[in-house]
Each structure stands twice: as structure tokens, then as C-alpha cells.
Design a protein around this ligand. Structure first.
Ligand code: ADP
Ligand code: MG
Length: 339
């Protein structure tokens, strides 16, 4: 009996289904019934051992995060998630521990899938260095997707939740390139601020309800995975605009405030990665409506700045203003794989 088929059987036995899955795991391909009159939204993201998580990462956390980063992409489009596929590359060593790893992985993966009513409908299982590739699919009403290229001058710039928490956890853990970052050694018990920062790193919350609630209200949107400056920069580049944000308006968690302050904190909030919050732009007249919609989606969000006309040639698209009106210059841009 092939171990690969054992593993697929394990996955199949636990995967939930939905009415619109005509044929799920088990055939050459899945058969899915998309709703009439809606657009299909598809996102893929890969997590690799040594790049996106370390040897010490828990299997359930890897499973959760592999799906979370994909649902975050759907959320950033304003899409309603429905289905996903899972491509697993698993090392041949420690064969005995592979079922244990897959079971743990599924604990995290399927917990998040159940929260969002997402069905695992297929995938691939191969031998190789530990790597997890997920494709998530969902639906959006035609014309309502939150694209990167739709920001307009004078729009408010919003961000959900808080920024910099995951990057602070990486700094606490001594992971490059964050290891040289000054953070306070904050308590180690499970209710501590440090534990909250690690929770944010290992179990990011995809802002699905928030993304849905912004349809028809927000113009442009992106999820913050590589740092706010980098990701807001993508909106600016795609929309042909610039942005000004106020450093003091950046949302900060209690835990991050305990870990660091001043310029050190600002760097994590602006340039750290792995936040998986939504950054979006909207006309200022929508402010009250958006506040109401997001509170119904139980998602905190604040206005951090405004969209501006393109600055002079060569100037950075995203400017950060300090309380005294002076400009803040980042010491590091967002995380780049081939940078
Ligand atoms: P094939 O050789 O036809 O691609 P596989 O043996 O790769 O078939 O897969 C058999 C079935 O199991 C397919 O329906 C496939 O989608 C599903 N499958 C394989 N690996 C996974 C996985 N990691 N997660 C979910 N479904 C999987
Ligand atoms: Mg296959």
C-alpha cells in the first residue's frame, strides 16, 4: 500500500463538503457548481519550510496559516470563499511521523475552513522538501471586487486591526531580518503580550467578513502581507496615485505597545510583514457608512491617511508624516523574496 494513498485517504475522510461540490476529492479533478451571475475569484499561495516557517513550527499552525493567507487574498478582493485545493510536498524521511504531521496539519487547516464554510475539494500529495501550496476559490458580484487599481485622489486610506504584531513576534524569536530589531523581552506565560504576538504570527485572522462588507463602499483594496508601505505602494502603482499616511494614526495593539515604542515600533508597523490586515481606500463621504459596516463585521478599522496626486518624479509614492509634520524615512522596505 502506498503511503501517499494512505495520506490522501486520511485527508478525504476529514474534509467537509458543500452542496455546490458535485464531485470532490477522489476523481481526476473536482466538479464545482459556481453560482449564476457571479465571478469566480482564485488565489494561490505557497508556504515553504525555511522561508515561511521554521523547523519548530507546529503542524496545526502551518495548516491554519496555509489556508489563512489564501483566504486573506480572497478577503482583499471582497470575495466570499467557497472551495480550496491543497498541494502537499512531504519529506520521505520520518515516514512514521508523516500521518501524525498530516493529522496535525488538518487540525489547523480544517478548523479555519469550517469557520468560513470552505470545502477542500482536491489537491496533490508528493514527496519532496516540506512545502504547502493552497488554492482558494470564491465568488464576487461582477464589478464589486476590491481591485488594486481603483484608488482615487482624496480617498481615505483605511487599515483594519493592528499592524506590526507578527513582525514583533519574529523579532522576539530572533528570526532574520527582524533579529536585529530592538524589542523588549516581554513575559512568557500563555496570557502574556508575547503570546499574543506569536498568536498573530502563527494564526492570522483573514478579514473575510470585513472584505465582504466593503463591497460597493471601498474603491481599492489589498491585504497587508509584505508590510504596509510595500502593499499600499502596490495600490499606488496600480492606481497611478500617491499616498500620505500619519504615523500616529497607525493602529497598535496593547501587546506591541508593550514590546516596543517610537521609531522601533513604527518600523514594524510600516515595514513588517505577515499582518494579513486589509488596507483599502474609500471616498471620505463613506466614512460613517464604512464604520457601521465594519462594526457589523466585528472588525476594527481606522483611517490612516489620504490618497494624493502623484508626487514629483523620484519621490516615494507613500509618504509617512510624523506628528510635527516632518517626513519619516523607512530603514527597510517590505519583505521581498528575491530582494
Ligand atoms: P491523480 O494522479 O489523478 O492526480 P492523485 O493520486 O494525485 O490523482 O489524487 C487522487 C485524488 O485525491 C484527487 O481527487 C486529488 O484531488 C485528491 N488529493 C490528492 N492529494 C490531496 C491533498 N493533499 N488534499 C486534498 N486532496 C488531495
Ligand atoms: Mg495528482
Amino acid at each position: 500500500m502506498h503511503a501517499e494513498f494512505d495520506l490522501i485517504a486520511r485527508i478525504r475522510a476529514r474534509a467537509a463538503t458543500r452542496e455546490d461540490v458535485v464531485l470532490g476529492i477522489g476523481d481526476d479533478a473536482a466538479l464545482l457548481q459556481a453560482p449564476a451571475g457571479r465571478q469566480l475569484v482564485v488565489a494561490t499561495d505557497t508556504l515553504n519550510l525555511g522561508v515561511h516557517f521554521g523547523d519548530d513550527a507546529g503542524a496545526a499552525d502551518i495548516g491554519w496559516k496555509a489556508l489563512a493567507v489564501n483566504l486573506s487574498d480572497l478577503a482583499a478582493m471582497g470575495a466570499e470563499p467557497a472551495w480550496c485545493t491543497l498541494s502537499l510536498s512531504l519529506p520521505a524521511q520520518d515516514r512514521a511521523s508523516l500521518p501524525g504531521f498530516v493529522d496535525g496539519f488538518l487540525d489547523g487547516f480544517l478548523e479555519l475552513a469550517a469557520q468560513h464554510g470552505v470545502a477542500l475539494v482536491g489537491g496533490d500529495t508528493t514527496r519532496g522538501p516540506l512545502s504547502v501550496c493552497v488554492t482558494a476559490m470564491g465568488f464576487v458580484e461582477p464589478g464589486w471586487a476590491l481591485r488594486r487599481d481603483a484608488a482615487q485622489v482624496d480617498d481615505d486610506i483605511w487599515v483594519t486591526g493592528t499592524l506590526g504584531d507578527a513582525a514583533a513576534a519574529l523579532a522576539l524569536a530572533g528570526v532574520a531580518p527582524y533579529s536585529d530589531h530592538p524589542v523588549n523581552r516581554i513575559g512568557g506565560d500563555p496570557s502574556s503580550d508575547a503570546a499574543r504576538l506569536f498568536e498573530r504570527l502563527h494564526r492570522p485572522t483573514p478579514r473575510v467578513a470585513a472584505g465582504r462588507s466593503l463591497r460597493g463602499l471601498a474603491r481599492a483594496g489589498i491585504d497587508v502581507s509584505d508590510g504596509l508601505l510595500a502593499d499600499l505602494g502596490h495600490i499606488c502603482a496600480a492606481s497611478g496615485v500617491a499616498a500620505q499616511i500619519d504615523a500616529d494614526a497607525l493602529p497598535v495593539s496593547v501587546a506591541l505597545a508593550a514590546a516596543c515604542a517610537g521609531d522601533s515600533r513604527r518600523t514594524l508597523q510600516l515595514s513588517g510583514g505577515d499582518d494579513y490586515e486589509l488596507c483599502f481606500t474609500a471616498p471620505a463621504r463613506q466614512r460613517a457608512t464604512i464604520e457601521h459596516a465594519l462594526s457589523r463585521a466585528q472588525t476594527p478599522a481606522v483611517v490612516i491617511g489620504q490618497v494624493q496626486a502623484l508626487h514629483a518624479h523620484g519621490a516615494p509614492a507613500v509618504r509617512v508624516r510624523l506628528a510635527d509634520g516632518s517626513a519619516w524615512t523607512p530603514s527597510r522596505k517590505g519583505y521581498q523574496h528575491f530582494g
